[in-house]
Write a new protein. Structure first.
Length: 92
C-alpha cells in the first residue's frame, strides 16, 4: 500500500538535525519516495495508524503529521521522472 506522509516541524524543533531524524525514520520503510520538502510517499504493509506510531518517537509535541493512503488515482506536474517512475512501479 502507498501512503502519503506530510509533516511540519515546529520551532524550536525545526533544525536540520530535527528534520534529518524524521527523514531517517521515514527511510526505514521498505520503499520510499521523497516527493517534496516535507512530503514523502512510502510503500508499506503497515496501516496509516501504525506508520504514525512509528514516526511519533521522532516528533515533538508541537509538530504536525499527516499519514494517508494513496488509492492510485494520482496526477502530477513537474515532479520529475524519478518520482513519477517510482509511482508507476507501484501496485495500488
Amino acid at each position: 500500500m502507498i501512503f502519503v506522509i506530510a509533516y511540519d516541524l515546529r520551532s524550536p524543533h525545526d533544525t536540520a538535525e530535527d528534520y534529518e531524524r524524521v527523514i531517517a525514520q521515514i527511510k526505514t520503510a521498505p520503499s520510499w519516495c521523497h516527493l517534496e520538502k516535507s512530503v514523502w510517499l512510502v510503500d508499506s504493509a503497515l496501516n496509516a495508524s501504525e506508520i504514525r506510531e512509528n514516526l511519533r518517537p521522532v516528533l515533538n509535541s508541537g509538530d504536525r503529521l499527516f499519514v494517508g493512503r494513496l488509492q492510485g488515482n494520482w496526477a502530477s506536474w513537474a515532479i520529475g521522472d524519478e518520482r513519477n517512475n517510482w509511482l508507476y512501479k507501484r501496485t495500488f
